[in-house]
Write a protein that binds this ligand. Structure first.
Ligand SMILES: [Zn+2]
Ligand SMILES: [Zn+2]
Length: 459
């Protein structure tokens, strides 16, 4: 059951608070004794029967997300284990291209569905659906677990439908029933779950009997994103967060090898990070937003007259953003089809913190308290701002050794992982040809007898 959206405005900061991509709190380095007050792992299990005979013949994929791990961090901060993983298999030294907006939920969900945000339903971390008159926010458990917000067929749903068991140790969307399925095992998001214990859980899944053992597993770490928001991409805190997650990847990689199973390890990030310039840009300084609802910088006008008026007021208002009627948003952004995107649409043209409303004034005329923008942020156009690019490393029995790939859009991971797992994917925005050159079988179906020339892995 959904509750009607009651608040008139959701401030940008609300979208940046608790949950995935939380920026208000740095998770301290874990106490190796495990007595740091970390939360225990609570797995939610749904019995979906054993793996099918066909599924049991397939290999395994462990998909790891390192939130906010910018494309150049591995080299910049010498993440030795990730670089070694890339050397052992494939990596994207110039980065992977996130979907616009380069935010956490839209991109995790683009990776897992092969659909751009406006097709997968998550057009931002926080947005309105004006037809439902309801609000989605990444830190609000009710919509996050409500499948009606999500479109597409996430990889775990695709696998479960085709008789293959899956397990998610956090991933946006994994707590909701989507396309009629949930992962066999998943957890409610809790970033205080011990980081090392997350790896132990992945290994425990892989040690289950073959009939129950999940073939597709996700794992998530937020550290690097937290540090980037609080201290910026060039800070010693971000450097040490990179070192910490690099160590976790090493531990995972070793433990996966010890299982002796044919596992492909895929490590990605959702987006990069940039240092924010200047104070908040408040759209209501330039336009009368009467008749509008908002979520962060997204604007939802009540009438066509309102939308046209605010578009005119914002059109030449600032050198820090562009404004478009939604239908006119540049095609490359893939942000012109979904009413959840609002209208007009604001596109920042630099690393600026933009929101619909400033804090306003108290009834007595004194200014309400405000907080400065974070030191680092993301969400910007990755083609205009290369700092938004994400990371990609992968190695395993299905992946060629020692190959690099040119920047590619993250929606192309979906058909690639589906292929490795022997799953039949639906049509999406992703294309297997983009990454097929990284596969030992060149992306040919197992039954194919004629080898087409290996397609370029360039975008
Ligand atoms: Zn973030
Ligand atoms: Zn993120």
């Amino acid at each position: 059951m959904r509750s009607a959206y009651r608040l008139k405005t959701v401030f940008a900061t609300a979208a940046l608070l608790a949950g995935f991509c939380a920026s208000s709190e740095i998770v301290p380095a874990q106490d190796p004794s495990g007595s740091s007050g970390a939360h225990p792992i609570v797995v939610i299990h749904t019995d979906q029967g054993p793996n099918s005979a066909q599924a049991m013949q397939q290999h395994y994929v462990v998909l790891v997300s390192l939130d906010g791990f910018r494309w150049d961090y591995a080299k910049k901060y010498n993440a030795a284990h990730l670089l070694a993983l890339g050397k052992e298999g494939v990596w994207a030294p110039e980065g992977m291209i996130p979907s616009y907006p380069s935010l956490t939920f839209p991109n995790h969900y683009a990776i897992i569905t092969g659909l751009y945000p406006e097709h997968n339903g998550l057009v931002a971390n926080s947005f309105l659906d004006t037809t439902e008159f309801a609000h989605y926010g990444l830190s609000d458990p009710a919509p996050v677990a409500d499948g009606h917000w999500y479109a597409g067929v996430p990889l775990w749903s695709l696998a479960e439908k085709q008789g293959m068991r899956t397990a998610c140790l956090f991933w946006p969307g994994s707590e909701a029933k989507i396309a009629g399925e949930v992962p066999t095992d998943y957890l409610h998001f809790d970033d205080k779950v011990d980081e090392s214990a997350r790896i132990d859980q992945v290994i425990a899944w892989l040690k289950e009997p073959a009939e129950q053992r999940p073939h597709f597993i996700t794992l998530y770490y937020s550290d690097v994103d937290h540090a980037g928001h609080a201290y910026g991409p060039d800070s010693p805190q971000t450097k040490s967060a990179v070192a910490r997650v690099d160590g976790l990847v090493a531990k995972l990689h070793d433990a996966l090898k010890e299982t002796g199973l044919p596992i492909d390890l895929v490590v990605v990030s959702d987006h990069g990070m940039v240092k924010i310039q200047g104070p908040w840009v408040n759209l209501d300084d330039y336009a009368d937003l009467k008749g509008f609802q908002s979520a962060g910088p997204l604007l939802y006008g009540a009438s066509e007259a309102d939308r046209a008026r605010v578009y005119d007021q914002l059109k030449h208002a600032s050198e820090k953003f562009e404004v478009y009627r939604r239908k006119d948003v540049p095609a490359g952004l893939r942000y012109d089809e979904n009413p959840r995107e609002g209208d007009p649409v604001i596109v920042p043209i630099g690393p600026y913190a933009i929101r619909a409303h400033g804090p306003g004034k108290n009834p007595d005329g004194t200014p309400r308290p405000d907080r400065a923008p974070e030191v680092g942020a993301h969400g910007f156009d990755p083609r205009r701002m290369p700092e938004m690019k994400a990371s990609f490393f992968a190695a395993g029995p299905d992946i060629v050794e020692g190959k690099t790939v040119q920047p590619f859009e993250n929606v192309n991971l979906y058909p690639w992982i589906a292929h490795i797992l022997g799953l039949e994917p639906p049509k999406t925005d992703g294309n297997l040809n983009i990454l097929s050159g990284t596969l030992r079988d060149n992306g040919d179906s197992k039954a194919a007898t004629v080898n087409a020339p290996a397609p370029s892995s360039q975008e």
